[in-house]
Design a binder for this molecule. Structure first.
Ligand SMILES: N[C@@H](CCC(=O)N[C@@H](CS)C(=O)NCC(=O)O)C(=O)O
Length: 228
């Protein structure tokens, strides 16, 4: 049976914007596995697969139901060991764990302050009210008050990417000459913003932007062609 990836969608179900789902999508492509994506609204998550799920991505592979993008990457690496490695060995796996944590906790938390209202704008009506309620509880203020696109805020965000920028000045991908799962962890964050907003997070000549463009071209331009 083909692998199924339950993938967060906007009101337009072709619009897939979750950073974590993008990480898994790129991992499946890297492995060269056949899969299909199943679009899921926020308010539909509880009714998918075994009805035990609270977040996406969820991957169903035969009898296996896997959640959490990093757990899914580990599962794919272990079960499809004959396919290209996502980590390039044990050390790469350990370092990817750091990039997964940094992208999910730090990078996503910065980006959300630039695009939160854009996310809300593309959601289906029921999802809009779920999203507003849950995020306003989380942030303790309105969605509108969270967003700060002042020059200072944008510059501070760009400055915070210096370690990424320095790495990517000397190599094409975080994984070296070719991408590894660590690249997809960080790619997911920038692709999330790109799928929901036309706000330019980075300057065109920023080495991080140039790396992102290279990632958009991977797998026959999957990321670039995606509907945003
Ligand atoms: N650490 C998890 C994060 C998963 C996660 O938070 N997914 C979001 C979409 S990016 C979600 O499903 N949220 C559901 C909700 O907020 O109700 C992973 O990497 O899979």
């Amino acid at each position: 049976m083909t692998i199924q990836l339950y993938d967060l969608c906007a009101a337009d179900r072709e619009r897939r914007f979750s950073p974590a789902c993008w990480r898994t999508r790129m991992a499946l492509e890297h492995k060269g596995l056949a899969y299909e994506t199943v679009p899921v609204l926020f308010t539909e998550i509880a009714s998918i697969a075994d009805r035990q799920q609270r977040t996406l991505p969820v991957l169903v592979d035969g009898d296996e139901i896997k959640r959490d993008s990093f757990e899914i990457a580990l599962y794919l690496e272990k079960n499809y060991g004959d396919k290209p490695s996502l980590f390039g060995g044990e050390g790469g796996m350990a370092l990817s764990r750091f990039l997964h944590g940094w992208a999910g906790a730090t990078l996503d938390a910065q980006i959300v302050r630039l695009v939160l209202c854009d996310i809300h704008a593309i959601l289906d009506e029921a999802d809009q009210s779920y999203f507003r309620d849950s995020r306003e509880k989380r942030f303790g203020t309105s969605l509108e008050a969270v967003v700060n696109r002042s020059d200072e805020a944008v510059q501070a965000f760009r400055n915070s990417l210096l370690p990424l920028r320095l790495s990517l000045k000397g190599q094409n991908f975080l994984g070296g000459d070719a991408p590894l799962y660590g690249d997809y962890c960080v790619f997911g964050s920038f692709q999330w913003a790109r799928m929901v907003s036309d706000f330019a997070l980075l300057q065109e000549d920023d080495p991080v932007q140039l790396w992102f463009e290279r990632c958009l071209d991977l797998f026959d331009g999957l990321g670039r062609k995606a509907k945003g």
